[in-house]
Design a binder for this molecule. Structure first.
Ligand SMILES: NC(=O)c1ccc[n+]([C@@H]2O[C@H](COP(=O)([O-])OP(=O)(O)OC[C@H]3O[C@@H](n4cnc5c(N)ncnc54)[C@H](O)[C@@H]3O)[C@@H](O)[C@H]2O)c1
Length: 426
């Protein structure tokens, strides 16, 4: 099948490259010409395991190509066009649909209306109808939300938990079933509004679990309990489950914060004021503050203190630093006059774009420690877990570690003589 994917970032590029691997002919379009130029050379402009290999081999096989000009789409007469452009948070918390609208206008100008337009971007319920209005009545529009996890996106594409198709049209449903015919999983077909709500609900549920376990960890801090023990026993209950059940210094990423707020906003626009959704974000922002408070309590004067920071990415497995709690923590410490030496195995370039010369970027995790008082670990990269702690104890001027992800081996670290701070760990 001939397919066009508009937007070639974490979602669009994975979608385009993996659809090519399934045997489709895919043209990926992005308005960012420098991104397209790099992709044409087989370079993926961000880190996502296994993606570059697929991009290169599918380009070589002639099934995947890139352009910055949507007008080229007309040449391949696509049966399906996926919209995978960004839907960032606008000032009032609503999803900003300007990129989606611009892309819809581009489609009308360049493509025959026989193509099915499918929204992959995360959008508020009702957006499929809006896109249809923007496109004009000839185009059919369906929703097909994306559930991938950055860092595991390729494997999530080929082994998804489910595929959600939002349409009331038999033709659209069949086209999308054909698109994914090489993938074996449950397919849920529903109205576009239900599909759009499913995506927001999924992210809001996951975010709420994190905020809830963080609240329990905060209580653990006060009552002298250990959140790791609580998490283990809590997660053994199959009604609760053990995923997304780890307390820390708050969640981040390009999706959860904006999607939780956008769902709250969308509900209010439709006349319903949710009571549980906004507090998910309040708890999350407070969580970063509580973590910082542990640093302020340990070192009463932050001005002039030198800290090493391991981890900038919002999660291990990605170089994405959007809304990363690590960056929130770094900015707050800089405001108080701390000097920071940072390292991340994959997110140095993206971190540099945000932090510039406000911090020192170390060439390795061990280099980051030299001349610093204490270590902050803010992303759960596996290599941090197996660091040479005896050597590190010699490098830090004070043997203090703040673990923002609660994932280091705290007992082992204490045995080596470290003071270790996490969340809810007594
Ligand atoms: N990143 C994730 O983990 C993830 C997971 C599931 C869903 N989503 C959703 O998928 C959507 C895309 O997310 P992302 O992180 O891949 O996006 P992003 O914001 O990182 O990038 C969007 C891309 O679209 C391009 N673009 C914008 N307007 C365009 C146009 N008119 N024509 C062509 N290209 C255009 C931009 O240049 C950019 O490369 C968002 O709605 C997001 O919420 C993201």
């Amino acid at each position: 099948m001939n397919i066009v994917v508009i937007g070639t970032s974490y979602v669009g590029l994975v979608q385009g490259a993996c659809l090519a691997r399934l045997g489709h002919s895919v043209l990926c379009v992005d308005i960012d010409e420098s991104k397209v130029a790099r992709l044409r050379e087989g370079v993926v402009p961000f880190f996502e395991p296994d993606l570059e290999e697929i991009v290169r081999s599918e380009m070589q096989a002639g099934r995947l190509s890139f352009t910055s000009k949507i007008t080229e789409a007309v040449m391949i007469q696509p049966a399906v066009i996926f919209l995978a452009v960004g839907t960032p948070q606008s000032e009032n918390g609503a999803a900003d649909l300007q990129y989606l609208k611009a892309a819809a206008r581009d489609i009308v100008a360049a493509v025959q209306s026989t193509a099915l337009v499918v929204i992959k971007s995360t959008v508020p319920p009702g957006t499929s109808k809006k896109v249809k209005e923007w496109l004009g009545s000839d185009f059919e529009v369906a929703s097909n939300p994306e559930f991938l996890r950055e860092g595991k996106a390729v494997s999530d594409f080929f082994n998804p938990d489910r595929i959600v198709i939002g349409t009331t049209s038999d033709r659209a449903e069949q086209l999308l079933r054909d698109v994914y015919s090489g993938i074996f999983t449950q397919v849920f077909v529903m109205s576009p509004e239900s599909a759009e709500l499913t995506k927001y609900a999924a992210n809001t549920f996951l975010a709420s679990r994190l905020s809830l376990i963080n609240e329990v960890a905060n209580i653990a801090d006060h009552v002298g309990a250990n959140i790791k023990d609580v998490e283990a026993a809590l997660g053994a209950d199959p009604r609760i489950g053990n995923q997304f059940l780890r307390a820390g210094a708050g969640f981040g990423g390009s999706c959860f914060p904006k999607d939780v707020l956008a769902l709250d906003h969308a509900a209010r626009e439709h006349g319903y004021a949710p009571k549980l959704i906004a507090p998910i974000m309040e708890v999350n922002l407070g969580q970063t503050e509580r973590f910082l408070q542990k640093i302020y309590n340990r070192f009463d004067n932050i001005e002039g203190r030198k800290f090493s920071v391991w981890g900038l990415a919002f999660n291990a497995g990605t170089d994405d630093v959007r809304e990363s709690p690590a960056l929130r923590i770094i900015e707050k410490l800089l405001e108080r006059g701390a000097e920071l030496c940072v390292f991340d195995p994959y997110a140095m370039a993206s971190g540099r774009l945000v932090l510039g010369d406000k911090v020192t970027f170390a060439p390795s995790m061990m280099d980051a420690l030299i001349g610093t008082d204490a270590l902050l670990v803010l992303t759960e990269w596996e290599e941090f877990l197996y660091a040479p702690w005896n050597t590190i104890a010699e490098l830090l001027s004070e043997r203090v570690i703040f673990d923002g992800k609660n994932f280091l081996p705290h007992k082992d670290l204490r045995d080596v003589g470290f003071e270790v701070f996490g969340i809810g760990l007594n």
